[in-house]
Design a protein around this ligand. Structure first.
Ligand code: GLU
Length: 927
């Protein structure tokens, strides 16, 4: 019995089910496509088929029509035919084209038949209640683009766009830029097929812009990027943001680029809905013997949108139908009649929210615009797509990054390791100098250079594991903005031209440079200070005692000495007062004698100029007058010499002294300058502080120029300018080095400012923080201090060594100061000794003649006597030895000779006595 009941019950159920199935409502959906929209059409067809498979109550039939992309009239005719069909239409999907879409939109809104558009539309206000657009809302998309650009940290960029409508998608991006500080280049691309974009791209390249937003149809992207590659704009440091939502389908691998390319996509290729849909398409088509291969990664946004639109519609309409049946009607375009169901359906769609779809949540606003969706931000790494973040309208200003910061860093490290990093630098010891090759050695690559900068980048490269090549900046400059050419020079130019990835030297971090390039963490702190030469050791000259008078004064004095002596000789000869009685005892001498022979004249002039006086003095008026004048001259000359000598020997203390910038500015004698085009020059140029501003005015107006091309030139000028009349304003770290190298140099005063050196790199370089971290780590480990010690102390090539502290005192005179006087004395004494020998030998000759002995005997006797130092008295006649006396006695004249000798002695004594007492005169008168 129970069994029978069960069978009857199940029969009733089957029958009722069958009845229900036979009671399924069929609605017709129109689909408008162009010839080439086969994929979209497929998505449309199979989404409906899938719905029909699982839904018995409300099923859908399709009315698919292919319309022209451009012929709006025929499109409207086709649509009217569709609406006029017996079953009527519950909605129309498509068409993709904007031209025909507008006509279809007008027909649908007139008849109030829902139209679901799947293509992007500019931000035109919807006036039509039954029109919905599943493509992301224009304003929200613009906001999404702006948020992405803001998160890239781009401060300047170039926008390349194809159509004005496309550019309007970027209006929020444009609002981000500050036109004064962040230059934005906006250029329209030629839309002609096969157009040459290279001139335009070159223009962008010449502007040094490396961040480009490309707003164009997806099918043109690769062509444009290939042309960019040809002009060298697809290098490591270039970044592209491609706004097309279909860019993920492109073959970036074929570009083989290291540029950073970011694209956005609307669909998630991993979504099971998409994967199922793709399977449906492949399966469905294979049933019709059309075997297709399609990957979820290569699905167009439009196709995915069509799928979601159909899904959304087919899931909503049955619900609405249940509440109150929907009755499609045949609608004639010529009638002014509106379909009552259309308004209901579209309104219902606007209040519904579908979460499970390929393109993210689907939600429409009052105007029929889609206000919920998700955008994936995708980076292309070696052709592979890497999702880095998700954007959603719920938090329009934020990006939900899918990669952790350490993953991002990892990616940056990997990219860095794959690239040969070009390091721009300049020669300037101790930062970088050329290595002198050993004989027969040929140096290449980085081996050609050494210095602090090379060691620093070497340590960083080891830390980050990359390879590098040092290249010198073409103009050897640090990097300054040249208003005339409106461009940068030096190392900064290399970075802007993307010729280098890094710039390392004693490059100061300045505000203006920071606006053009990025800097790492500072690796050295310093400040501007004054480099000055130590007072020249006048002392270093042994003959400094000659310095008080110029050579010409010495020459004139010598000439005067000789000529005055000669003149005095003649004056004395003429002066009667100087003719004297040779024997004062003789009252009436026959002859007068004049003691002023040339020898004595020279003696008195010499004695007076040496301030020693003379044992004989003139008596004649004219001679006395002449000698007095010579004394006067000597007095002035010797006192001037004495006064000057003291000044010259104590030059150190007499030198002009400066101890600060204030002292420099207060005087005009000592000139001062800086390196031309460096940050020190800019510091003075831009300073508002009175002292520095005045210093700048003085430097600017100085002729010849006080600016030097390099620090080395400045140092040379300090050393070579006479009397310390040039000071060089230089960075303290460099001064430290120069002072170590050359002890004739010193730093004067403290630092005038405080700044640092940093490693420069192109703006927003991805490796910026990696380099900074490396610098910081080296600093923490003390490696930077080690490097500084190495290049400032150990490896410094000392040119002038410092003397001991003790000898450095300028108060006492060293041998080097007065050595010349010792030399003069030595030479003088040597001459005197020579003269004495000549004199001695001459006297020996006289003795030999007088004593009638041989010259040799006389020499023996005289030499013996000279060496008997204990004998302090000398006989008038020499004491002849026996041999010599015997030789004379042998001539038999001993007695005679001794008699003569005695007589001569007596005569001499008498004569001198007589001269005293004037006996000779008396004798004469008596006779
Ligand atoms: N370090 C300076 C610069 O980066 C150059 C030297 C100087 O101006 O003293 O411009």
């Amino acid at each position: 019995m129970f069994h029978r009941m069960l069978v009857i019950l199940s029969l009733i159920l089957i029958i009722s089910k069958h009845e229900a199935a036979s009671r399924s409502v069929y609605f017709t959906i129109g689909g408008l496509f162009h010839e080439e929209n086969t994929e979209t059409e497929m998505a449309f067809k199979y989404a409906i088929a899938r719905h029909n498979m699982y839904n018995n109550q409300v099923k859908f039939r399709t009315n698919i029509q292919r319309i022209s992309r451009t012929d709006a009239f025929s499109a409207s005719k086709i649509v009217c035919n569709m609406t006029a069909s017996e079953d009527g239409l519950v909605a129309i999907f498509g068409p993709p084209s904007l031209t025909t879409g507008a006509m279809v939109q007008s027909v649908c809104s007139n008849l109030e038949i829902p139209q679901i558009q799947i293509s992007w539309k500019a931000n035109l206000p919807f006036q039509h209640q039954t029109i919905l657009n599943i493509y992301p809302d224009h304003d929200l998309l613009a906001q999404a683009y702006a948020t992405i650009v803001r998160h890239t940290d781009w401060r300047s960029y170039a926008i390349l766009y194809e159509t004005n409508e496309g550019l309007s998608q970027l209006n929020e991006v444009l609002k981000l830029a500050n036109p004064k500080s962040d230059p934005v280049i906006i250029r329209q691309l030629d839309t002609q097929p096969g157009a040459d974009h290279r001139p335009l791209l070159k223009e962008v390249k010449n502007s040094s812009e490396t961040q480009i937003i490309l707003n164009c149809a997806a099918e043109n992207v690769i062509g444009i990027l290939k042309q960019a590659q040809e002009v060298g704009m697809l290098e490591y440091l270039y970044s592209y943001f491609i706004t097309s939502l279909d860019a993920h389908m492109l073959d970036f691998e074929s570009l083989n680029t290291k540029s950073n390319i970011t694209v956005v996509r609307l669909l998630d290729p991993d979504s099971p809905i998409l994967n199922n849909a793709v399977l449906d398409w492949i399966q469905g088509e294979s049933n019709t013997n059309n075997y297709i291969t399609i990957s979820p990664l290569k699905v167009k946004a439009e196709t995915a949108l069509m799928h979601d639109a159909v899904n959304f519609f087919t899931s909503i309409v049955p619900q609405l139908h249940l509440t109150e049946p929907i009755k499609p009607e045949s609608m004639d375009c010529s009638e002014q009649r509106k379909w009552a169901g259309g308004f209901r359906i579209s309104n219902f769609m606007k209040i519904k929210h579908m979460l499970n779809s390929i393109t993210g949540p689907v939600k429409f606003n009052e105007q029929g615009r889609r206000i919920d969706f998700t955008l994936q931000i995708v980076e292309i790494n070696e052709g592979k797509l890497d999702v880095t973040g998700i954007w959603s309208p719920i938090y329009p200003d934020a990006i939900n990054f899918t990669r952790s910061s350490s993953e991002q860093m990892q990616q940056i490290y990997e990219n860095l390791q794959k690239t040969l990093i070009i390091v721009s630098s300049r020669i300037g010891p101790p930062y970088l100098r050329e290595v002198v090759p050993k004989e027969g050695e040929i140096l290449t690559g980085n081996d050609r250079y050494e210095g602090f900068s090379k060691d620093l980048i070497y340590l960083i490269s080891r830390h980050l594991n990359f390879t590098f090549r040092i290249e010198l900046a073409a103009d050897g400059k640090y990097g300054n903005y040249v208003p005339k050419t409106k461009s940068w020079n030096g190392l900064i130019k290399d970075l802007l031209d993307r010729k280098a990835h890094l710039a390392i030297c004693d490059l100061t971090i300045t505000h203006s440079r920071r606006a053009a390039v990025d800097f790492s963490m500072p690796f050295m702190s310093l400040g501007v200070s004054i480099l000055y030469s130590k007072a020249k050791k006048a002392d270093a000259n042994r003959f400094a005692f000659l310095d008080p008078f110029g050579m010409e004064v010495w020459f004139y004095t010598l000439t005067l000495f000789l000529s005055v002596s000669v003149l005095l000789y003649f004056i004395a000869r003429m002066a009667p007062g100087d003719w004297e009685n040779p024997h004062p005892c003789d009252q009436d001498p026959e002859e007068y004698e004049n003691i002023w022979d040339l020898k004595n004249c020279l003696w008195i002039t010499l004695g007076s100029i040496m301030t020693q006086g003379c044992d004989i003095l003139p008596k004649g008026i004219s001679t006395r007058w002449g000698v007095s004048m010579w004394w006067f001259f000597s007095l002035i000359m010797t006192s001037s010499y004495t006064a000057n000598l003291a000044a010259f020997l104590t030059m150190d203390r007499m030198a002009p002294t400066i101890d600060s910038a204030e002292a420099l500015v207060k005087q005009t004698k000592i000139k001062y300058g800086t390196v031309d085009g460096g940050s020190t020059q800019t510091f003075f140029k831009e300073s508002n502080y009175t002292t520095y501003a005045r210093m700048w005015t003085q430097m600017e107006g100085a002729r010849p120029s006080v600016f030097e091309k390099t620090n080395a030139d400045g140092v040379k000028r300090v050393l070579t300018t006479k009397n310390q009349l040039y000071a060089f304003l230089m960075e303290s770290s460099q001064i430290e080095y120069e002072v170590q190298k050359n002890c004739d140099l010193k730093q004067v005063g403290g630092r005038l400012d405080s700044k640092s050196y940093g490693i420069a790199m192109p703006m927003n370089a991805p490796y910026r923080s990696a380099i900074s971290t490396a610098v910081l780590k080296l600093q923490e480990k003390g490696r930077l201090t080690e490097l500084k010690n190495k290049w400032w102390k150990e490896k410094v090539e000392v040119e002038v060594k410092c003397e001991d502290e003790g000898s450095a005192s300028g108060a006492d005179l060293r041998m080097t100061n007065v050595g010349g006087i010792f030399i003069a004395l030595g030479m003088g004494v040597a001459i005197a000794f020579l003269l004495s020998i000549v004199d001695f030998l001459w006297n020996v000759r006289s003795v030999s003649i007088e004593e009638h002995i041989s010259y040799l005997d006389a020499l023996k006797v005289e030499t013996k006597f000279a060496f008997k130092v204990w004998i302090t008295q000398k006989r008038v006649k020499p004491e002849l030895s026996e041999s010599s006396s015997s030789s004379s006695s042998s001539t038999g004249g001993e007695d005679n000779e001794s008699k003569d000798e005695k007589k001569g002695l007596k005569d001499k004594m008498l004569k001198s006595g007589a001269s005293l007492l004037r006996i000779d005169q008396r004798e004469k008168s008596e006779s």
